[in-house]
Design a protein. Structure first.
Length: 369
């Protein structure tokens, strides 16, 4: 079958990129032809055309005489920031870019099945317009099967407006199979949208450590053994990490750039390659993070991790994941000190193997419905 996957725009988010890669890989191994439908990327000019020669001249001076030798002179800053992650995306992920006008019912002729993919595709602040992620562009009477695999609301509370609930409720009830990434999502689907939803694994967990290792080629070793991936770092967290690293004899290394921070200089905001990110899990003896997908990959790579709860980005994602594996003790309590969690990886891997089989079976059943 020819399958279209609708997920959040792919750019510099490692978890978003790899969940798309994983779901695509799983479906291809089942024998399907897969494409991710993505909004067309447009890099709008940051300055009027008449001003660009002056902008380029200033950048060139900074590059040559200001010590900013990595500064892009003629390349659009946003394109430069995502250069390495784009290389991975275009190499490994099958995509079809669509303008706003091209998101319409005619797409039904090109695909047999439409799958709304994983990540926070059902969180209105990230998924714009939210109705698209409920397949609003398809004809109401269309016969194409509609599937949601491991969709996430991001939080335990539905953040939809009243009108969005009315519109998306009608759309979701046209789906032949609905599955969500968090246990709390099953309750939201039942209580607010009137549908039964299964609880399945994030797509990244459907692939093994060996399959991710295959992607790591010609990558330099990480510059340490304490992997730190913090999206919303505060001074107290940074201090605790330094204190803990010193006490345990570990060397911290960071594998993310604060691309969301507009105060960071352009030369310091280029996101490292996806392969380098994966290499970090290979090299780490311990991982400290407030990222959902870093917790996921710590489990895949069997690395002890300390999870710092991130309320703004949604705590239910962490609780749901950690509950599945009995790893709630990896969630950091600010009243305690950092310590390396004791984890029985043999037990964890048995749980993962069983959950993986169940999730793959659910997906196969949905496609054969």
């Amino acid at each position: 079958m020819k399958i279209a996957i609708i997920t959040l725009p792919l750019h510099t988010n490692y978890g978003g990129i790899l969940q798309a890669y994983a779901l695509q890989t799983v479906l291809q191994r089942m024998g399907h032809d897969v494409q991710h439908l993505q909004p067309k990327v447009e890099f709008h000019p940051l300055h009027p055309a008449w001003k660009m020669p002056l902008v380029w001249s200033k950048r060139l001076l900074r590059k040559c005489f200001g010590g900013e030798w990595r500064l892009p002179v003629f390349e659009h800053p946003h394109r430069w920031i995502r250069r390495y992650t784009d290389v991975f995306i275009y190499k490994h992920i099958e995509m079809r870019s669509l303008s706003d006008e091209e998101w319409n019912a005619s797409l039904a002729k090109d695909y047999d099945v439409f799958i709304v993919g994983s990540d926070q595709v059902w969180r209105p602040c990230y998924a714009l317009p939210i109705e698209r992620y409920f397949l609003s562009f398809l004809d109401a009477t269309g016969s194409n099967p509609r599937i949601a695999y491991a969709a996430s609301f991001g939080t335990e509370n539905c953040e939809f407006s009243a009108n969005q609930i009315l519109d998306c409720r009608k759309l979701l009830q046209k789906f032949s199979f609905v599955s969500v990434r968090e246990q709390s999502g099953t309750e939201i689907c039942k209580r607010i949208f009137g549908v039964q939803a299964s609880h399945v694994l994030d797509p990244t967990l459907l692939l093994s450590k060996t399959e991710y290792q295959y992607l790591i080629k010609d990558v330099h070793p990480s510059k340490g053994d304490l992997m730190v991936y913090i999206l919303d770092e505060i001074i107290s967290t940074e201090y605790r990490i330094k204190q803990f690293a010193h006490a345990e004899g570990l060397t911290p290394f960071r594998i993310n750039i604060k691309v969301e921070n507009l105060q960071v200089k352009i030369i310091d905001s280029q996101q490292p390659p996806v392969e380098q990110w994966l290499q970090g899990f290979m090299d780490a003896k311990l991982i400290v993070t407030d990222s959902f997908h870093v917790c996921v990959f710590a489990i895949i790579f069997n690395k002890p991790f300390i999870c710092i709860g991130n309320n703004e980005r949604g705590m239910t994602r962490f609780h749901s994941l950690l509950d599945l594996f009995g790893l709630q003790h990896c969630l950091f309590d600010e009243n305690q000190s950092f310590e390396i969690p004791k984890i029985n990886w043999g037990k964890i891997n048995l749980i993962l193997d069983q959950l993986r089989k169940e999730s793959l079976f659910s997906l196969e059943q949905a496609l054969n419905y």
